[in-house]
Design a protein around this ligand. Sequence first.
Ligand code: ADP
Length: 272
Amino acid sequence: IQAQAAPVRDAEGRQVGAVVVLHDVTRLRRLESVRRDFVANVSHEIKTPISAIKAAVETLIDDEQMPVPARQNFTGIIARQTERLDAIIEDLLSLTRLEQEGATVSDEIEAHAVEPVIRAACETCHAKAQAKSITLKIEAEPLRAQVVPTLLEQALVNLIDNAIKYSPEDTTVVISAERRNDDAVLAVTDEGRGIEPEHLPRVFERFYRTDRARSRQLGGTGLGLSIVKHIAETMGGKASVRSQLSKGSTFTLTFRAGTQNAAAKPSTGSAV
Ligand code: ADP
């Protein structure tokens, strides 16, 4: 708290009181500290691949006679670490765009059918799923949600991508959509390794990873879930997670369900 004080005087100039103004700067301080942490995290995340690239390039320059297999090893490192930098920058740009466009996005939120969006997201992830013999199964009610389809698709792609990354081969990832009261509830459920209870409350934080080395190895940036959360909140919804170790995880997105246009409304008022 910051305080400012000024004396209050009477007509003769005698001090008869004081005015004290207190400013609560806690929120401001917290924001500053979040920003500082974020910059430190970004710098660290970017520095790691850059150091690896630098070391590989220096080794290649120093040893002109290096045999081809060793040379390929170092160029492989450079290629992978460059991909990594690219992924980090791409995710950071996504976050920045979301932050900048957040205010205008609210004008574009409308009732949209969710099933086509789920299908599009599954198509994007199809090749990765296939590479691990993972089946993507859609269980969607014909349902509308108050969303921006492109953003919902991006959130779903991130969730399905994680489900594939953190699941063993020959498993199934279920993408479901159902109506619960006034909500449209979308969920991505995997049969993967699950998340320890102590990590669960933090997985939506920027750069938070339960296993840093493993996530890096799998090409993760640690930003995917923070983007998902941001997208959900930008559209007035929320993101949550349930998980059981070595059984699997369910990531859920909840939005307001879209109202149907009057002409198509069934007289029985079904769940659509
Ligand atoms: P990353 O790029 O590391 O995947 P995310 O923000 O997408 O970053 O996820 C944060 C962390 O949450 C991951 O590093 C991983 O530890 C955990 N996680 C995310 N999705 C899953 C999942 N489906 N199963 C198990 N762990 C997961």
